[in-house]
Structure formats: C-alpha cells, structure tokens
Design a protein around this ligand. Structure first.
Ligand SMILES: Cc1cc2nc3c(=O)[nH]c(=O)nc-3n(C[C@H](O)[C@H](O)[C@H](O)COP(=O)(O)OP(=O)(O)OC[C@H]3O[C@@H](n4cnc5c(N)ncnc54)[C@H](O)[C@@H]3O)c2cc1C
Length: 452
C-alpha cells in the first residue's frame, strides 16, 4: 500500500479528505497500544489509537496480576528481567495515570499467596521456590496457621502457603479506561499540559474522536520511499504518521503490507475467566491474590476493591467456535478448584464468564522493537531498521504487567534509542534469514482461528 498523493507534509495534524495525521499512529487499543500511546503523548507527540473495538481483546479478560516472581518459568531469564523492570515501573505508572486521568486504575499492592492443595502441589511450589531464590527472588514459606491468620477463609486442608510480597495486581478494565481518559485529556496530569515541541507536537490529532481515537479497523501499512508512512483503514480513510506502532495483539500478522521478511508467529492461547460478587458477610473473601495448585492444576483468585473477585487460570490451545467462546469444562474446573482452596467460593454470585485468547509466541516473549531491514543482522545494527515502524505484540500471559515497560521501550525507540537489554525481543527473530524472501502467504496470514 502506498500513501495517497499528498503524502507526509510535516505540517500540523489536520483532517482533509479522510486523512488524519499524527506523529504516532498506534494500531490496536488494548493495554499495550493504549500504554504506548499515552507514553508517546507524554513525550509531547500527537498520537492516534486505531481500533474499531478498543479494550475488548485479551485486555478485557485479563486478571491483571502483576506477578514477575510467581510467573517465573525455567529458561526465561530475559523475560524475567523485563518483567522485573516492568514491575518496578508500576508504582510511578499507576500514580501518573491516576493524576492524568483523575481516576483510579485499581492498582493494589497486597501480596500474592501461593497455595497448594496436596503434597505434590507443595513439592511443585517448593521446586519453583528454589528456582525463584536462585534468581534472587523473595518467596517466604508460611505455616498453614500463619496463612489462615492472614486469610481466614482459606481451607484448613491446604498443604502449603508461600508469601510473595512483590507480586501485585491492577484492574485491566479500569486501567484501559484511565488510559483512555488520560489520552482524551491533556495526557500528562501536569497543570500546564504538554509542553509543545516541534510543530504539531503536544496538540491533539485533528479528526480523531476525543482527539486521539480512530474507531476503525486498520487494513495495512502505508509505505513511502522504503519507510512506513502510516496506516490504511478498512473501508477507506488514511492515517499518516511519522511512526506507526503495530500493537493489535493476535491480529498483527494479518495486517497487509507488513515488511516482506517479517514473520510474526502469533498463536492464540485461550483462557476462561470468571467474575463473582462476594456477599457482604464474606467480604473480603481474600485480601491477597491467591495463586493455587490443586492436584497439579493452576487456579487463581484475585480480589478487587469493589468487592468482586476474579477466578481464572485455564490455558487452552484448541480451536473454539469463536475467539470469545467460554469452555463449560473450563468454568467447571475453575469453580471446583477455587472451592478446594477457599470453600466460601461456593457462596459467591457469578457475575460473568468471559474467554479471550492471549497472543502467544514460540518463546513466550514479546515481539517488541524495530524491524531490521533485509541484510542487517537482527538486533545488532540499530541503524539499519525500517524507518517509521515499531512492532509491539506477543505479550502472551504478561501484557498487563509488561505494559509500562513496553511503553518505555517504545518511547526510547521513538527518541532514537534502543536499550540493549531488550534487543533480544526484536520482532524479526523468527523471520526468514536476511535476504531470503518471505512466502507471500505470510504477508496475508489467514484469520487466527485457522492457525490454531
Ligand atoms: C484469561 C486471561 C487472563 C490474563 N491474565 C493476565 C494477568 O493476570 N496479567 C497479565 O499481565 N496478563 C494477563 N493476560 C494477558 C494479557 O491479557 C495480554 O497479554 C494483553 O491483554 C495483551 O494486550 P494487547 O494490547 O497486546 O492485546 P489486546 O488486548 O488483545 O488488544 C488488541 C486490540 O487490537 C485490536 N485490533 C485487532 N486487529 C485490529 C486491526 N486490524 N485494526 C485495529 N485494531 C485491531 C483489537 O480490537 C484489540 O482491542 C491474560 C489474558 C487472558 C486471556
């Protein structure tokens, strides 16, 4: 796709003939796209977020656990470092967002309790604890009595409890709403608003809803002189931007006119999640996030400030009839296992069952960064990247946790820097070898459900 004839003029944002212009165009309005957009906006750039259904993807279902310690997996050291970096950013990120939006993103710093139902679950948690400690992470073994003193509604029959003080949580729906409010306002929370920089910076993007939202589906990238120059919208319309960020989760690979050699191996990993109201006489059901293992099967219970809890943990790689189809077996297992750990779960009122797919990658790590041009070695030659394009997808199980770190990485890239620690996540790492041609079908990946 090529840009319309008037191309990029460098003039301030404007709307003419269905053309919206901004410094940064973000495709995808989940936690990742919105966080990146807000960070770009805070840097003084004009931003648009292109999404026909913002906030309704994986971010709508997420439990919002910010859990780098509990989520540690073998041989994922780079990801652990990134998760810890993100975790350290959360207090300032949440505070800045609350100030900018005037609303509460539901960030809660109560600890996480890992709770096992039987002896095998206890062994699994102790093995994990050894790995966590080897990585310098703090996890304290509690007696069952200590755990129940803290959380009286835990079952007396549990086999173990471990305290993870560093793992917290946020409410992803409130988070997205706060990001939207911040983007619709002056974006900063500063009394004076954004300080203007170059022409057009620090001003809203004309033609967008609330000066930032383009409620349309992106069809593909627009190119001019070997650089990405914006986004073509499905059904017509154009967004011209000096920088385009591809942050539409699972659907990133389906965009038209991605770079020829770029292969984004995203796969859907479905998860069911329940929301329940805790009757007044049982509140709070728990104050910590409870991450359980029940006869080897994971389940978590996440308390919210509004007196509800979220119960989840299923991971399915089947091909349901629809991306948001809830599994009856998944719901059954979640309620059954949650009651083993906290029997009072049986007395809660079921508000909602939801399913969405996490955007998984082969190494469970995100696809984040600029795209090397064919011939440049991935991640080694920062000067040799396709101009105007940043990829930010594949956040799998950790997108909420990683959002502030992903936003910081993107802001650095927009400023012309690359933190060498995160070069391992370069989005070209699964692509064809430099110089090889990517098969045409990869440029038009079929709908995700067919790839499962
Ligand atoms: C059940 C479940 C529980 C989870 N729990 C946690 C948790 O506790 N902690 C955690 O950190 N993570 C968790 N996750 C993972 C987390 O939800 C994801 O990693 C994160 O939401 C990914 O965010 P995203 O913005 O990349 O994608 P999404 O939220 O999926 O957003 C992508 C957006 O792109 C839009 N889009 C798609 N195609 C186009 C197009 N062509 N043009 C324009 N827009 C488009 C969609 O409408 C959507 O709004 C969970 C996920 C699930 C499913």
């Amino acid at each position: 796709m090529r840009v319309p004839s008037d191309g990029l003029s460098g003039s301030p944002p404007r709307l003419a003939d269905g053309i919206i212009q901004a410094d940064v165009a973000v495709i995808g309005g989940g936690v990742i796209g919105h966080s990146i957009a807000w960070e770009a906006r805070r840097s003084g750039r004009t931003v648009v977020v292109i999404d026909d259904a913002p906030g309704t993807g994986a971010s709508w279902a997420a439990a919002g656990m910010l859990a780098p310690v509990s989520e540690l997996h073998y041989q994922e050291e780079d990801l652990l470092a990134f998760m810890l970096d993100a975790s350290a950013r959360w207090p300032a990120f949440a505070a800045g967002l609350a100030a900018a939006s005037g609303a509460d993103p539901g960030y809660i710093t109560t600890p996480t309790l890992a709770v096992g139902a039987d002896a095998a679950d206890r062994r699994a948690f102790m093995d994990l604890r050894a790995v966590q400690q080897a990585n310098g992470l703090s996890v304290d073994l509690l007696t069952v009595r200590e755990a129940r003193k803290r959380e009286p509604l835990l079952s007396p029959g549990i086999a173990c409890a471990l305290d993870t003080p560093a793992d917290h949580q946020v409410d992803p729906r409130l988070l997205v709403a706060c990001l939207q409010a911040a983007l619709a306002g002056d974006g900063t929370g500063d009394e004076g608003g954004i300080k203007s920089g170059a022409a057009g910076r620090g001003t809203p993007a004309a033609g967008a809803v609330d000066d930032y939202a383009v409620l349309a589906r992106a069809a593909g990238l627009l190119w001019q002189d070997g650089a990405v120059a914006g986004v073509g919208l499905a059904g017509g319309g154009t967004v011209l931007a000096a920088e385009t960020v591809v942050a539409n989760g699972l659907h990133a690979a389906a965009l038209e006119a991605l770079p020829e050699n770029l292969y984004l191996p995203l796969r859907p990993v479905h998860g069911d999640i329940l929301r329940l109201t805790v009757p007044r006489h049982l509140q709070p059901l728990v104050t910590s996030t409870v991450r359980g293992l029940v006869h080897g099967v994971p389940v978590y219970i996440v308390p919210r400030r509004d007196g509800t809890v979220v119960i989840g943990a299923t991971q399915r790689e089947d091909a349901p009839s629809a991306m948001d189809a809830v599994s009856a077996g998944g719901v059954y297992r979640l309620l059954r296992d949650a009651q083993v750990l906290v029997p009072a779960v049986a007395e809660l009122e079921l508000l909602e069952s939801t399913a969405r797919a996490r955007p998984g990658t082969p190494d469970n790590a995100p696809l984040l960064g600029r795209v090397p041009v064919a011939g440049a070695e991935a991640g080694r030659e920062p000067g040799h990247h396709i101009a105007g394009l940043i990829i930010a997808t594949g956040f799998f199980r950790h997108g909420v946790l990683l959002a502030p770190a992903a936003a910081a990485v993107c802001r650095e890239l927009l400023d012309g820097h690359q933190d060498p620690r995160w070069a391992v996540f370069n989005p070209g790492r699964f692509s064809a070898k430099p110089g090889a041609r990517t098969p045409a079908r990869l440029l038009n990946t079929p709908p995700i459900k067919e790839t499962a």
